[in-house]
Design a protein around this ligand. Sequence first.
Ligand code: GLU
Length: 439
Amino acid sequence: MTTPIRTRFAPSPTGNVHIGNIRAAIYNWLFARHEGGEFLLRIEDTDLERSTPQAVRTVLDSMDWLGLDHDGEVLYQSTQREKHLEIAERLLSTGHAYKQDKGGTGKGECVVFRMPGKDITYHDEVKGDLTKKAEDLKDFVIVRSDGSPVFHLGNVVDDITMGVTHVIRGDDHVENTFKHIAMYEAIGAPVPKFAHLPMIVNAQGKPYSKRDGDAYVGEFREKGFLPSALFNSLALLGWSPGDDREVMTRDELVAAFTLDRVRSAPSQLDMTKLLWMNGQHLKALSPEDCAAGCREAMQRQGLWNDAIDPAYFRAVIDCMGERIRLFTDLGDNAAFFFTEDYPYDEKSVRKRLLKEGALDILREELALLEALPDFTAAASDAALHAFAEKTGRGMGDLVHPLRVAVSGTGVGPGLFEMLEVMGRDRVLSRIRRTLSRFA
Ligand code: GLU
């Protein structure tokens, strides 16, 4: 019988959850789910100053939001202290550790782990075979002179207690792994498999941090990212399914995930890509869910108004299409659809409306649009093209002033679709108001 796969996420709560850490959780979760194993959670809360109940809550909330459900009870490392010290005693009695008065301060003795005096080699599931020479492996403290267990002791003992078979964690723990393997061997416990994940880096190849932009799960959540999109993006940051798929559901990721496809090279976080991914996941929502998300965002942005007609709202969302990558994009870029008091962008006014002849063109367009039998995108498109042909003008000269007149800005969805969604009355009154304001 083979041992069932068991992974774990072992965060040290600090009040924020860095995307690099949550990506480790995602990989542990995906691997366990793919293998039909278990995914456990251990909170490494021995730093009592940082591991406040609030900081722990932040970890649990982030996992919950991303759908990272864990099996069994959460193990709080602080509850395992007796066990850690018991193992330290055992290591002392078997000669794998010794006591030392570090610095000879007389403040008490710490417990030091004795390295075995041989080279240590292990096969990393991501990085391949790694070796560290005996002379580079120094003895290290496992219990401080105040009697508190050190990270290495707690980490290894807890992984043994929890029966973890695969330790999947960040690159920054590679060096620790040689120490940990020596401890497993000294304790007489089976050594788990290790997989160290590449760093997430910025465009300069440096570790991605707060200074580079959003770096914590909570920030993406607040920005309005969908959990499925952040999950998908982080899963692809260091791993790929081996084909050209990018937009993947959670189930598709579970089915495809294997450790041998985790890359060992650092992975660069690309915010544009992340936004694109969010747009793709947004597209997959039902129109109702998408509308609800946009409405909520507009409420938070202070742009919502209960008089907005639901059908009009949905038509606007439809018209914006892929321009909505985040729920907040609607309010940020298309609020003009919903108010007659939309601001005019100064630069666009100067460049498009106050340009020689532009207001005369706008007057002609007003007449044309007023006379259209059907106020459809196709009809206004045809009418403007005919007008361009008749007058020998370029379409740009016709389209830009009209766009600025009805939206106040030079950027937005396709003009003719936009006109149709706005409807004749709104469009005509906006053109008239613009004319009286700038003429
Ligand atoms: N608490 C450690 C960390 O967050 C755990 C490392 C590990 O997964 O073993 O870095």
